[in-house]
Design a protein around this ligand. Structure first.
Ligand SMILES: *[C@@H]1O[C@H](CO)[C@@H](O)[C@H](O)[C@H]1NC(C)=O
Length: 322
């Protein structure tokens, strides 16, 4: 005999959790603006630090700050190229569009920060201008070290669809790290655009475990979007990186209650263990037990328990029918 209230209980709990998550998400999106005012690049660089300190005291730069365009025009002809570059980067970062054409006319050289500053300024007209002939700035940036954030990563962190589209249209590509940034920082609309535009992105969706990344990051909107893609399975286990882990395991391991609830409600198998053939065989419930004590752990254990019981009941029903 099965207690009649059981199938309803998981639904109730899941709904309560989802509602509280929606509320949490909407309040966290208001924090986004302030987040973006933090240094966005891993090296926290300041473009102007690339210059001779003497350049920073150049009157030309203070004319930009005070919006003195006539004064700026009159000083330009006698300004050395390094100061022109500093001025260009400053104007790009602070979105001072009227100062940019005269700098380009005076052949201000680009340096490795120029493309990034254009992204920071978030003016799509200015970005298009720089990427088009005769200026033809590289959409990859000009850093040769390979350690520096590329413009597209910054645009993805800023979740700026327009800037990303412009970069792609000018031949920018994305690598697996940048795609991961998109999965964790950008909207699903932007990830959709990447998948449409880039074969590499399409391939990476399945290879790098996009669903696992989004689940681990607690990005519910992205999880929902990815599950709607052709061939995406809720219990899928990528072959490459994050080999063998399911989205449920990632969500449980990171204590993402709302994602766990969503995945279970949509039929994720709570019994699948980690690894195939080698490695550990931890099931979601074992991963949950390893979480730090707290509300997340309690709620996830409860959800897994309810899902397990429901699974058993369905098994019982099948056996009775036989
Ligand atoms: C972006 O730059 C263009 C000129 O390149 C300017 O006309 C426009 O006002 C700028 N947009 C914003 C939002 O500042």
């Amino acid at each position: 005999m099965t207690p009649p209230n059981r199938p309803i209980s998981i639904f109730l709990i899941v709904n309560i959790i989802l509602i509280s998550c929606v509320m949490a998400t909407s309040s966290s999106s208001t924090n986004r603006q302030t987040e973006h005012q933090q240094p966005l690049l891993s090296n926290g660089h300041n473009a102007l630090l690339d210059y001779d300190p003497a350049d920073l005291n150049q009157p030309l730069l203070s004319l930009i700050t005070t919006n003195d365009l006539p004064g700026f025009h009159s000083l330009l002809p006698n300004t050395p190229p390094s100061v022109l570059t500093a001025a260009l980067n400053l104007c790009l970062r602070n979105n001072k569009p009227s100062f940019i054409p005269p700098l380009l006319t005076h052949n201000a050289p680009f340096n490795r920060h120029t493309a990034l500053e254009a992204i920071r300024g978030q003016n799509s007209t200015t970005l298009s201008l720089l990427l088009s002939p005769p200026h033809s700035m590289s959409p990859h940036g000009t850093s040769t070290s390979g350690h520096m954030t590329r413009p597209i990563e910054l645009a993805l962190r800023l979740n700026n669809l327009q800037l990303v589209s412009i970069l792609l249209a000018h031949g920018a590509d994305i690598d697996s790290h940048e795609f991961e940034v998109a999965l964790t920082h950008s909207s699903s609309e932007l990830v959709k655009r990447l998948i449409e535009a880039s074969e590499e992105a399409k391939y990476q969706v399945y290879r790098i475990g996009a669903l696992q990344i989004a689940a681990g990051a607690g990005n519910l909107e992205m999880v929902e979007f990815l599950l709607g893609l052709p061939g995406m399975s809720i219990d899928g286990r990528p072959r490459g990186w994050r080999k063998g882990t399911t989205a449920l395991m990632e969500a449980v391991g990171k204590g993402r209650v709302e994602i766990v609830a969503y995945l279970l409600m949509n039929g994720a198998d709570p019994e699948l263990g980690n690894g195939e053939g080698e490695g550990s065989y931890k099931k979601p419930v074992e991963l949950a037990r390893e979480l730090e004590d707290g509300d997340e752990k309690t709620e996830i254990l409860e959800l897994l328990k309810l899902a397990g019981e429901e699974g058993e009941e369905q098994g019982d029903e099948v056996r009775m029918e036989l």
